[in-house]
Ligand binder design. Structure first.
Ligand SMILES: Nc1ncnc2c1ncn2[C@@H]1O[C@H](COP(=O)(O)OP(=O)(O)OP(=O)(O)O)[C@@H](O)[C@H]1O
Ligand SMILES: [Mg+2]
Length: 162
């Protein structure tokens, strides 16, 4: 992968129309890194769901609050981090959309899609408020979702709750 080590970062305000920007960056980056069109499309969809959640559930559509996305290509892995300025949530409490009682619901599928499209989905929750450039530190009161696509690995679908 000739773009190995490349890191791209974008920060958007919490407007739904900005979702597409992040999705398109994800898709282009994947294609440039050698993924096929289908794979790039599905990763773009996972990113779309993560950014939509960050805007809607995390930042509660407050345009003053930011969503940050970083894309990091290294050692044949693409790590994507999406973070918001919200209070975080408990992933263990999220219902399974395949559960018969949830089948008729029209929402509650974003995280399921992310886990389906990516090799790994992880969450981290911070101890301090969001500080630009410091998003990998653990911070209180700050929700952060992390998506990773690990080339050549099985789809693990095990969100590790850190
Ligand atoms: N970034 C986040 N901050 C706070 N809560 C979140 C965040 N992401 C997800 N959640 C919580 O997890 C739930 C499930 O998210 P998921 O994306 O699966 O479904 P949804 O957003 O409710 O509906 P859909 O994505 O199908 O339109 C959300 O309803 C919300 O309560
Ligand atoms: Mg969602």
């Amino acid at each position: 992968m000739d773009r190995d080590g490349e890191r791209i970062e974008i920060t958007i305000s919490s407007r739904f129309e900005n979702i597409e920007l992040v999705q398109v960056i994800a898709e282009h980056l994947c294609e440039n890194a050698g993924l096929d069109e289908d794979g790039s499309h599905w990763i773009g969809m996972a990113v779309r769901e993560a950014v939509a959640n960050a805007i809607k559930h995390g930042n509660k559509l407050d345009v003053r609050k930011k969503v940050n996305a970083t894309f990091h290509l290294q050692d044949h892995e693409l790590e994507i981090k999406i973070s918001d300025e919200g209070a975080g949530f408990d992933p263990a409490a999220i219902g399974d959309p395949l559960n018969p009682q949830n089948l008729m619901k029209t929402s509650g599928r974003g995280i399921f899609y992310m886990k389906t499209f990516m090799d790994q989905v992880r969450y981290s929750f911070a101890r301090r408020r969001n500080i630009p450039g410091d998003e990998e530190e653990s911070r209180e009161g700050n929700g952060c979702r992390e998506l990773e696509d690990l080339e050549g690995e099985e789809n693990e679908s095990h969100p590790a709750y850190r």
